[in-house]
Design a protein around this ligand. Sequence first.
Ligand SMILES: [Zn+2]
Length: 221
Amino acid sequence: MFTSILMYVIQIPLNTHMLSIPSVPEWSLTFQDPPAKISQRKKFREERTLLRACGLYRTKHPDVSWGLSETVDLITTAMIQYHTFSPDAPLVNVGDLSLERGGKFPPHLSHRAGRDVDVGYVHRGDNADKPRFTYATSNNFDVEKSWSLVKAFLETESVEYIFIDYYLQKKMYRHALKSGENKEEIDSIFQYPRGKFSKQGIIRYSRGHRNHFHVRFKRTL
Ligand SMILES: [Zn+2]
């Protein structure tokens, strides 16, 4: 496995500098996609690519792992970065991206145009390395590795939002500060501790994100 990771590391340049602070647009309180644009649907139809499992992560539902090619590249880059941070980490569980044809994908509110992906948290003990999303508790949640995974996505500098349960935000926020991250940067990234309905931060509360987090990548069009 390490050999395959190294191969990826050699082939794909990594962004190794500290966290940057992407701007957060104000278009959505419900986190549904903004009004659809033909160009987004067209872009998806023309560029869709299937995220394929590899030695860094597994895909829970391979038939609904369609994303924009840039999304697939960014997920791969984040996974390589994560395994560089945590070489002994278990495989990451990747959940739904989009349907092959795009469009509505119940029960998701978004996941329509290849810019969204669900990712499992990292767990300790018996719950590590299981091929499913696991409800995170104070006993099984691996805060250090989960924060590394979230941070790897943030460091792509292409993330618009990451939806994370508020209690887990608190765990990661405290861990990040304890491990020496810059407080100003962390405060700009996390919604916590401003309350789960605050509109600040890239990391936001949204119901149903206690067993996985949801990454929405920025539009490039
Ligand atoms: Zn999702």
